[in-house]
Design a protein around this ligand. Structure first.
Ligand code: NAD
Length: 467
């Protein structure tokens, strides 16, 4: 049969990670009539989703999962059965950057996408709508469809949709509950339209219809890369200006506010800092750059590559600022790293700028104490063990108490904008530090006037010393 139901009652999601877990938990929460089954090949991840503590930290996630789990939300490693019974399947597996071979360090590694696709086709005995939730290079849906069509049982049909996820870690649940927009790309055929309509209906349970956009497949796939490239570009633009501010006496917060009042530019996502991190911006821009190169568009590739290059520059520029202020040597100096997550309200450390700061300071023989309110010490050790000086771990102390971390330090370095860093007892911290006591604010969250009154030397990205 060629028919695709437009009224979905059973959904499966392949990949129980940062995207698949929260996204499908919110679908289960908002659509009590739909049975949602999330599968993963990681036994440990599924165990944690079922028994806790949840494998990822997101404000509001526990409540949502608590309401639905066992009702219409299930986590399992029984992939075949979950695929078999579902009418619509989200593919939300990881798409990391390739580490070897053609396009190493640039192209997206699609092996998990292909493996998931083959699992789907092997297990399918009825028509399925396959939804690309992962971020993929433009035209991946074509590859998925070709694999499906060449391996399916007789009389089993597939439709492939692109439905990229725009949530931001740290605010995932709020973003999912009230998204700016939902993007659904599909084939321009009657069956393609039916499939699109089926997914539109699911989201319509809580998202206003005007915020649900339907496009062709390739526009949808490319829009995700475009959105991340343009968001990262704003950060690199403001960070480029921050260097200019430090050199001129301008203040990056004042400049960003003045620029952001222009309604054509807008005020959001103009915060300077130590550089963007996270699993997506870096990888997705490189993916876009690689796509441009492979399509013989070198000028376009070069344009987007600059966004990544500037980000790398910003991270090392911050470290140079730390070292030059500490009298050009940090050898055996104690430096407290405040925050290790790539941003606040997440325990995710993928591509965290804190790790670059740690790496550079270890290479200069600094003694580091690291504190983060959410990131586990196991995670920190795993990340640090990947550095070029793994034996440098003997120069590192991991702290569970922020005041302990700061004790006898020469300098504090704010790498993550956790709210709690704004309200620490800095008088107490100052007393416990070596003098002169420095603070390097890589996230522009502290009040320099108050800190200078206490006695600190304060250095902030994008701000010069008061004249
Ligand atoms: P993740 O690594 O947290 O989760 C992916 C999960 O897929 C893992 O648990 C892995 O075990 C599982 N998996 C891989 N192959 C599988 C298979 N064949 N069968 C079953 N499970 C399998 O990754 P993530 O952060 O959730 O990202 C997933 C995708 O979403 C990526 O393409 C990413 O670019 C995209 N994305 C991520 C974010 C974000 O903020 N993290 C936002 C938007 C889009």
């Amino acid at each position: 049969s060629n028919g695709f139901p437009t009224h979905i009652t059973k959904v499966c999601c392949i990949g129980a990670g940062y995207v698949g877990g929260p996204t499908c938990a919110v679908i289960a929460d908002r659509c009590p009539h739909i049975k949602v089954t999330i599968v993963d090949i990681s036994v440990e991840r599924i165990r944690l989703w079922n028994e806790g503590p949840l494998p990822i930290y997101e404000p509001g996630l526990e409540e949502v999962v608590g309401r639905c789990r066992g009702r219409n939300l299930f986590f399992t490693t029984d992939v075949t059965r979950a695929i078999e019974e579902a009418e619509l399947i989200f593919v939300s597996v990881n798409t990391p950057t390739k580490t070897s071979g053609l396009g190493a360090g640039m192209a997206a590694d699609l092996k998990y996408i292909e493996a998931a696709t083959r699992m789907i086709v092997d297990a399918s005995t009825s028509n399925k709508i396959i939804v690309e939730k992962s971020t993929v290079p433009c035209r991946t849906a074509q590859s998925i469809l070709t694999i499906l069509e060449n391996n399916c049982r007789p009389n089993v049909c597939f439709q492939v949709l692109s439905n990229p996820e725009f949530l931001a870690e740290g605010t995932a649940i709020a973003d999912l509950q009230a998204p700016d927009r939902i993007l659904i790309g599909g084939m321009n055929s009657p069956a393609g339209k039916d499939a699109q309509e089926a997914l539109v209906k699911i989201y319509s349970n809580w998202v206003p219809r005007k915020r649900i956009i339907t496009t062709n497949l390739w526009s949808s796939e490319l829009s995700k890369l475009a959105a991340n490239a343009m968001l990262a570009q704003r950060i690199s633009s403001v960070n480029a200006l921050s260097a200019l501010c430090e050199a001129t006496g301008a203040d990056i917060d004042e400049v960003a506010t003045a620029v952001g009042w222009d309604t054509r530019i807008g005020p959001n996502f103009l915060k300077a800092g130590v550089g963007f991190g996270g699993s997506c911006f870096h990888k997705d821009i490189l993916n876009l750059v690689y796509l441009c190169e492979s399509l013989n568009l070198p000028e376009v590739a070069h344009y987007w590559k600059q966004v990544v290059d500037l980000n790398e520059y910003q991270k090392t520029r911050f470290v140079r600022k730390i070292i030059s202020n500490l009298f050009h040597t940090v050898s055996n100096k104690r430096i407290a790293i405040l925050g290790f997550a790539f941003k606040k309200n997440t325990g995710d450390t993928r591509e965290t700028p804190a790790l670059t700061v740690v790496d550079c300071l270890l290479a200069e023989d600094a003694q580091l104490s690291i504190y983060d309110p959410v990131v586990s010490h196991e995670q920190m050790l795993e990340d640090i063990s990947s550095l070029r000086r793994p034996n440098g771990t003997s120069n590192i102390t991991l702290n569970t108490d922020v005041y302990e971390a700061c004790k006898e330090a020469d300098a504090l370095v704010v790498c993550t904008e956790w709210d709690q860093f704004k309200t620490l007892d800095y008088k107490r911290i100052y007393q416990s530090m070596r003098k002169p006591a420095f603070i390097f604010d890589g996230r522009l969250i502290l009040d320099p006037i108050e800190l200078r009154q206490i006695g600190f030397s304060v250095e902030i990205i994008g701000k010069s010393q008061p004249i």
